[in-house]
Design a protein around this ligand. Structure first.
Ligand code: ATP
Length: 317
């Protein structure tokens, strides 16, 4: 577990991070979200000691991170940044091998791990002999992630990892990242200013403004129970899209009538399907259903939107 306690960073005439505290559990992704200059990157860089805090404490599995030399700490924490930080004069294979080599791994082990990472991140074998500028932006970003994961660190920090990519590539890689088992097991702190990205990748979001945490919670909590006006306004532009991505069939189930039909099991949508995905399923595929405690519910766009309308009227909302 990663514990950040009362972290503060002062620069002359300016407080970049102001009394920030949070916990990140093993296997959890916490997204630091906020407008430019709110202190996200400074917070992240204090976790791997690229920046030293003015005050406060960071503990990794109960141990103060300052008890270890900074360069050793950094070998146990993966770090992915926007411009990938790949060494331009190293081949892709050499770039991926940087940390394993520092850790003294044998060549055979490095090779085996590199092959695993290539397969996992859908990178061609031929890329190993290429240099970063010979790859596409999306491929470079995958190599950046491969390098961060090479020595299988328990903690990974990501600073705008997809920031340099176009929106389509970005959405595709985001989907891939979400499905990677290797990432699901990691404790991840990710910086972004992209609300969509935060909602898709974050188990919890820490929304910051002017160095301070405005709210920390699940995407649903921030959207539906904003702690203050700043949080409410922050999501205003994209509120409907975010609601469609956040509300699940489970939320709507009490508002959907069951029917007598028995669907083939292949057409059953999991209960945690988001409203956006369920709507897509009703327009693109064969008739879709969901199982409730009382029976089976057939889904149509109109039925889903009606239930959503009622759900928004609920007092708890
Ligand atoms: N070395 C420094 N000296 C003085 N002020 C700094 C320094 N580094 C950062 N700051 C200031 O601290 C504040 C927080 O910076 P930080 O880079 O953490 O913001 P951010 O939320 O990551 O922004 P962005 O999304 O634009 O990268 C900003 O106002 C920035 O100007």
């Amino acid at each position: 577990m990663l514990a950040v306690r009362n972290l503060t960073k002062w620069y002359p005439h300016h407080t970049a991070v102001d009394d920030v505290s949070f916990l990140v559990q093993e296997g959890e992704t916490l997204v630091l979200l906020g407008t430019s200059g709110c202190g996200k990157t400074t917070t992240l860089k204090m976790i791997n000691r690229l920046i030293e805090p003015t005050s406060g404490l960071i503990e990794l599995n109960g141990t103060d991170i300052r008890r270890q030399p900074a360069h050793e700490l950094r070998r146990s924490i993966g770090y992915v940044i926007q411009e990938t930080g790949l060494f331009p004069h190293y081949t892709i294979a050499q770039n991926i091998a940087v940390v394993p080599q520092l850790l003294g791994w044998e060549a055979v082990r490095i090779r085996r791990r590199t092959d695993e990472l290539l397969a996992m991140l859908h990178l061609p074998e031929t890329s190993l002999r290429q240099y970063p500028d010979q790859l596409s932006g999306g491929q470079r970003q995958r190599v950046g992630l491969a390098r961060a994961l090479a020595a299988d660190p328990p903690v990974v920090l990501m600073d705008e990892p997809l920031g340099a990519l176009d929106p389509v590539t970005r959405a595709g890689i985001r989907r891939e990242f979400r499905q990677l088992d290797a990432l699901r097991r990691k404790t991840i702190v990710m910086v972004t200013h992209d609300v969509q990205e935060a909602f898709e990748l974050g188990d919890r979001i820490c929304l910051m403004d002017q160095g301070r945490i405005q709210q920390i919670g699940t995407p649903k909590e921030l959207l539906l129970r904003p702690a203050n006006n700043f949080v409410r306004r922050f999501f205003d532009d994209q509120r409907l899209t975010l609601q469609l991505q956040t509300v699940t069939l489970q939320d709507l189930l009490p508002l959907l009538a069951t029917d007598d039909t028995k669907p083939p099991p292949t057409h059953l949508l999991p209960i945690e399907t988001t409203l956006a995905d369920a709507l897509r399923a009703t327009t693109e595929g064969p008739p879709a259903f969901v199982q409730s405690a009382n029976g089976v519910v057939s889904l149509s766009g109109r039925k889903l939107l009606n239930a959503f309308g009622q759900w928004l009227q609920q007092p708890s909302f």
